[in-house]
Design a protein around this ligand. Structure first.
Ligand code: A3P
Length: 295
C-alpha cells in the first residue's frame, strides 16, 4: 500500500517526501526536525507560528519592527530565521531577541520552549485562501534544492484540494496543525500565546500591531504603530523585500519574480473553488475541527 508521502508524489509533488512522525514531510528537513526537539531556546526568543500561507512574511516583519521599536525593515528575508530550515549554527548566530518562525505543530517544537519566558504569536487565516495561495506558490516555484528542476507541484487544482484535505501535503497537515494550536492551553496551562487573525490584520492592522506589542511588553506610541502598519502594507513590504533587503534568503520563483507577495487579499478563494469543492471543504472542516466553518 502506498504511503501518503508516495501518494502525494504520485499526485504531482515533485520533491522527495517521507513519512515522519505519522505525517508527510520533505525528506530534506527530517534531520533538522529530529535535532529541533533539543534546540536551545532563549528566554527572550519570539516565535511566530503559522500554517503556511497565513501571512508569515507580513507578521514576521511587523514583529521585528515592534521589537526594534521603529518601522525599519529587518536586513534579511524571514527565511533567515526559519526554525525547521536553518541549521542550529545559523540560528545560534542570530542576535537576541530572535524573531524565529515556524510552520510546525506544537508537538514538534523544542521541548524547552514551554518552560521558558519566551513569546509565541500564532497567526491563522481562512484555510481556503491558504490553499489558493500555496497552490499558486507550488505551481510556480522551482526550489534550488529540488533535483527534478520542476515546479514543486505539477498536478491539478482539484487534486491539490484533495491533498490538502487528506493532509498529504509536505507543508503540513492542516487539521492536525489547527487542532494542536487550538488545544495548546490545555497542555501547557501556564503558557500564554497571542492569537492573531490575518483577516483582522487586513481590517485594522494598527490595532493588531498594538495587541502584539502589548503581548510582547513593548510600549509603542500610536505614531510608531501607524508607521509600522504603513511600512508593512502589502505594496511597501513587497517592494522592501524585493528591492531593499539583502537577497541571500530570498528563495526566488521563476523568472526571479517574488510570488511570496501575490495578492494579499481576503476571499480570493471564491475565484478558484467551485461550489462543490467549497461545500466539501466546509463539511470536512466541520467534521475534523468540530465547529462550523468560521469564515
Ligand atoms: P496571497 O497568495 O493570497 O496573496 P506567507 O507569508 O505565510 O507565505 O503568506 C503569504 C500570503 O500572505 C500571500 O497571500 C501574500 O500575498 C500575503 N501577504 C504578504 N504580505 C502581506 C501584506 N503586507 N498584507 C497582506 N497580505 C500579505
Amino acid at each position: 500500500m502506498a504511503t501518503p508521502a508516495e501518494k502525494a508524489m504520485a499526485a504531482g509533488i515533485n520533491f522527495d517526501l517521507v513519512m515522519f512522525e505519522g505525517f508527510v514531510h520533505y525528506a530534506m528537513i527530517v534531520d533538522n526536525l529530529t535535532k529541533l526537539k533539543d534546540f536551545p531556546i532563549r528566554d527572550d526568543d519570539v516565535l511566530l507560528c503559522t500554517y503556511p500561507k497565513s501571512g508569515t512574511h507580513w507578521a514576521w516583519e511587523i514583529l521585528n519592527m515592534i521589537v526594534a521599536g521603529k518601522a525599519e525593515y529587518a536586513e534579511h528575508w524571514q527565511n533567515s530565521a526559519w526554525l525547521e530550515y536553518r541549521t542550529q549554527e545559523e540560528l545560534e548566530k542570530l542576535a537576541s531577541p530572535r524573531i524565529l518562525h515556524t510552520h510546525l505543530r506544537p508537538s514538534q517544537l523544542p521541548h524547552a520552549l514551554w518552560d521558558k519566558q519566551c513569546k509565541v504569536i500564532y497567526v491563522r487565516r481562512n484555510p481556503k485562501d491558504c490553499v489558493v495561495s500555496s497552490f499558486c506558490q507550488f505551481t510556480q516555484q522551482i526550489w534550488k534544492e529540488n533535483c527534478s528542476k520542476k515546479q514543486i507541484y505539477t498536478g491539478s487544482w482539484n487534486d491539490y484540494i484533495d491533498l490538502y484535505l487528506d493532509e498529504y501535503l509536505p507543508s503540513g497537515p492542516y487539521f492536525q496543525h489547527t487542532i494542536e494550536w487550538a488545544n495548546i492551553s490545555e497542555i501547557h496551562e501556564e503558557f500564554e500565546i497571542c492569537r492573531v487573525q490575518y483577516e483582522d490584520m487586513k481590517k485594522d492592522c494598527v490595532q493588531e500591531i498594538r495587541r502584539m506589542a502589548d503581548y510582547l511588553g513593548r510600549q509603542l506610541s500610536d505614531r510608531t504603530c501607524q508607521e509600522i502598519s504603513e511600512a508593512c502594507s502589502f505594496k511597501n513590504l513587497k517592494h522592501a523585500n524585493e528591492n531593499l533587503k539583502d537577497q541571500t534568503y530570498h528563495f526566488r520563483w521563476q523568472n526571479g519574480s517574488s510570488g511570496y507577495f501575490r495578492k494579499g487579499t481576503t476571499g480570493d478563494w471564491k475565484n478558484w473553488f467551485t461550489v462543490a469543492q467549497s461545500d466539501r471543504f466546509d463539511k470536512i472542516y466541520e467534521k475534523r475541527l468540530k465547529e462550523k466553518f468560521p469564515y
